[in-house]
Design a protein around this ligand. Structure first.
Ligand code: 2PG
Ligand code: MG
Length: 457
């Protein structure tokens, strides 16, 4: 048995630090190989193979974003002629020339020990020297190594070390794309359907796929196109969020489901950095909106549609906007910080303290290590916030986030449309986990805890 090693606690004034006990099964790493592969958009990313002392190997690869937050851990790219500067040979060398010799020095007793050593080797605050694309791939591979040595499925190992109850998540299928992920004029980046009323992961995936196919028929009939955005959702020539949501409502009904907060709900990621102008003004469908007008606009959408979650409704530095929004609707809907928090426990704690939002998006490559990711989830939990685990717009076939969301039991994931191999790899992994256990409950965590009730610092 693996000891319940992850017993950190946070002081929301940021003065505290986690205490973590070593897990019981140390791993032995012989070396880490790395090479450049392509992500789902045809851009280079880092893949690693970790060779372990018992002769086995574990693999991992790094995802990459398009609408990246300014405060994310830094990817290392070559900035040369190859792939318009996007090749990652320097990050590959970080793994083979520096991280591999470091990790090959012996036994490692916890993922925190591995990640701390990599951070110390890097020496910067944001992993800019080695590259977060290098470190996240190594960290995920090392996590797989710990699960392997403990002879546990990855999700179960994560549940043990984080002292969590495993839970199958509600998948949020991004079926209509705009913003930085599509060529249409739609400012909002993601329109998702969330089968909150499904009884199982398998039923949720079926609902998502059926709605996606119903939407395909509607989009083809109305727009004479089936063009897709980066995450596999359709990207027709829609200009307004209302039109996008009407289309979703129709597709949900066409597929035989009920658009409601209890059956199939809608979630959006406006990714507001993309349409923030300046001085607290946002531009949607050609109209400039003040912060107050944008809040009113979201309220109208909430009144009109079964909208359960709004991510990055305001820009990453517009704390004033986030506060206004939270005061207006924080008690009736989920408000998720993505670029706002960048999976950073300190930024999340700050968000709870200042009441910016009641949920955090969780993307391992934003913080660059698995330990940083688990710290972010733990911090959100302790401060009464929800979490949603997320893919990136540039993905690989790595399914780590599926095990992460089950193992931490946070209850929600977004991994794009139920189409395209790199997206469905995660959904398929979820149904595979469910089939293997069939005892892990499905669904959202009770939303008793909101940042309004958060631990007051
Ligand atoms: C987001 C993500 C994933 P990207 O904004 O939430 O959907 O997009 O990976 O491009 O940052
Ligand atoms: Mg986002």
């Amino acid at each position: 048995m693996v000891e319940h090693g992850y017993t950190g606690h946070i002081d929301p004034t940021h003065q505290g630090h986690y205490v973590s006990h070593p897990e019981t099964h140390p791993i032995h790493i012989d070396r880490v190989d790395a090479h450049q592969i392509l992500d789902s958009r045809g851009y280079p990313t880092v893949a690693v193979t970790m060779h372990l002392g018992d002769g086995s190997t574990v693999d991992a690869s790094a995802p990459a974003g398009a609408s990246t937050g300014a405060y994310e851990a830094a990817e290392l790219r070559d900035d040369g002629p190859s792939y318009s500067g996007r090749s990652v040979h320097r990050a590959v060398s970080s793994v083979t020339d520096e991280i591999s010799p470091l990790l090959a020095q012996g036994h490692w007793s916890s993922i925190r020990q591995v990640d701390d050593a990599i951070r110390a080797l890097d020496g910067t605050d944001n992993l800019a020297r080695l590259g977060a694309n290098a470190t996240v791939a190594v960290s995920i591979a090392a996590t797989r190594a710990f699960a392997h040595y403990a002879e546990l499925p990855l999700h179960t190992w994560i549940a043990h070390v984080t002292d969590s109850v495993e839970r199958m998540p509600v998948p949020h299928f991004n079926v209509l794309n705009g913003g930085a992920h599509a060529a249409n004029p739609l400012e909002f980046q993601e329109f998702m359907v969330a089968p909150v009323g499904a009884a199982t992961e398998e039923a949720a995936v079926e609902a998502g796929a059926e709605i996606y196919h119903a939407l395909a028929a509607r989009v083809k009939a109305k727009f004479h196109t089936a063009g897709l955005g980066d995450e596999g959702g359709f990207a027709p020539d829609i200009a307004s969020p209302e039109e996008a949501m009407e289309l979703l409502i129709t597709a949900i009904q066409d597929a035989g489901y009920t658009p409601s907060l209890d059956d199939v709900a809608i979630a959006i990621d406006p990714a507001a950095n993309g349409f923030y102008e300046r001085d607290g003004q946002y531009k949607i469908a050609g109209t400039l909106l003040s912060r107050d007008q944008l809040v009113d606009y979201y309220v109208r959408l909430l009144d009109q549609f079964p909208l359960r979650s709004i991510e990055d409704g305001f820009a990453e530095d517009d704390h004033h906007g986030w506060k206004l929004m939270f005061d207006a609707v924080g008690n009736r809907t989920q408000l998720v910080g993505d670029d706002l928090y960048v999976t950073d426990m300190h930024r999340i704690a700050d968000g709870a303290k200042n009441r910016y939002s009641n949920a955090a998006l969780i993307k391992p490559n934003q913080i660059g290590t698995v330990t940083g990711t688990l710290d972010a989830i733990e911090t959100a939990k302790r401060l009464g916030m929800q979490s949603m685990v997320s893919h990136r717009s540039g993905e690989t076939l790595d399914t780590f986030i599926a095990d992460l969301v089950v193992g931490t039991g946070v209850g929600q994931i977004k991994s794009g449309a139920p189409a395209r191999g790199e997206r469905i790899a995660k959904y398929n992994r979820l149904t595979q986990i469910e089939a293997g256990t069939a005892r892990i409950p499905y669904g959202l965590l009770p939303t008793t805890a909101r940042a309004t009730d958060a631990v007051a610092p």
